[in-house]
Design a protein around this ligand. Structure first.
Ligand code: MG
Length: 368
């Protein structure tokens, strides 16, 4: 089987509510999504998606995905998409780094490989759990009162996992954490996501002041060096996501004991092929996981769900799904959707969901 054509679509995905990142990073209202349709001489078609969470969040850039695809296309065409390692090596040779530009191609290849085998991607990766996965909410408010209101709205829709964004004023962060914990129903998963915005001393002030609560903090500081430096000085469990980019990052975090949880972002780390290795590093070091797309449509959420399904139930805390935050749906309601705060693995071979091509407009580039 050979890849004969790659069509690249640029789609704007408007957010229902504008999003402000912490630390003075810019507000954004629309996600810049790239959808990739990979066609083969066997008549099978796979879909991939790369949607960074704006361009001010981490080094990933919507137009950069499309430029990267233009550079890599001559090295991808003609390869067998079922041989995902061949495709991975070809992309890494053609364009070192730029992992976020490679993930949509990797995703489309896994989609085709699954269809060719008559298996879901999760099963092709070795076996997918059918246990539904809780979806983590994203609570990005400022005051304790607003936080309570937003979490109540999510709970009404069945959510049992929450990512509460903190990392502003230190005293207000402590107040909000205490307030959220005082209303926390038994069994709920709550992660306090700092998105890198504390300095070392700010992180220590909050982590030490809330030590009695034993709550988990995600990405408290900018770098792994920062996280390592404060590690002996607090007792809080830590999750890392934004500084978990390469397999070498995963190995360092695992070996040096820098975190108890990996937040694996599929677009950030370069797709399923690379993310599956991080999963194995985590499992072999007693590290649990959250899995998420980074952003995007139901296609990106579904890719994350396939990886999450290959993690033992006890080690997979939740998935984060972006689809509920968007005002457009490129797949007409198909694919895994929020059912009582959970996603269920689709049973169709491959990814299990494809977009409405009419909703994508015409491709911005076609490589043959
Ligand atoms: Mg995070």
């Amino acid at each position: 089987m050979k890849i004969t054509r790659m069509s690249v679509y640029h789609v704007d995905l408007p957010l229902e509510y504008p999003y402000w990142l912490s630390g003075g990073r810019l507000k954004f209202e629309t996600l810049d999504a790239t959808l990739v349709k990979v066609e083969t001489d066997a008549g099978l078609t796979g879909w991939g998606e790369g949607t960074p969470w704006g361009h001010t969040y981490v080094p990933a850039h919507g137009p950069g995905i499309r430029a990267g695809l233009q550079t890599m296309a001559p090295f991808i065409l003609g390869l067998d998409p079922r041989r995902v390692l061949d495709v991975e090596r070809a992309m890494d040779l053609a364009l070192p780094g730029h992992l976020y530009a490679k993930s949509p191609v990797d995703m489309a290849c896994w989609d085709i490989a699954g269809q060719a085998a008559g298996m879901t991607i999760a099963d092709l990766l070795g076996g997918g759990s059918r246990t539904r996965r809780p979806i983590a909410s994203s609570v990005g408010t400022k005051t304790a009162e607003e936080t309570r209101e937003v979490m109540a709205r999510y709970r009404d829709r069945g959510y049992t996992a929450h990512s509460v964004k903190i990392g502003g004023d230190v005293d207000r962060d402590i107040e909000r954490i205490r307030d959220v914990e005082s209303h926390r129903p038994e069994g709920e998963i709550i992660l306090y996501d700092v998105n890198r915005s504390w300095t070392r001393q700010q992180a220590l002030r909050v982590m030490q002041a809330t030590e009695d609560l034993r709550v988990m903090f995600e990405q408290p500081c900018e770098t792994l060096d920062d996280i390592a430096a404060i590690r002996p000085l607090h007792r809080a469990p830590v999750s890392v996501d934004e500084t978990l980019v390469t397999l070498q990052d995963a190995v360092r975090v695992a070996h040096d004991g820098l975190a108890e949880v990996f937040g694996i972002k599929l677009n950030r780390v370069g797709g399923l092929t690379k993310a599956a290795r991080m999963r194995d590093v985590a499992l072999s070091h007693g590290i649990d996981m959250f899995v998420m797309a980074t952003g995007g449509s139901v296609l990106a959420d579904t890719e994350a769900l396939h990886l999450a399904a290959t993690i033992p139930d006890a080690n997979c805390h939740a998935v984060w799904a972006c689809q509920d935050m968007l005002t457009v749906d490129i797949a007409g309601g198909r694919g895994p959707r929020n059912l009582d705060g959970h996603l269920h693995l689709p049973e169709a071979p491959g990814l299990g969901v494809a977009p409405d091509e009419d909703a994508l407009g015409s491709p911005g580039a076609v490589y043959v």
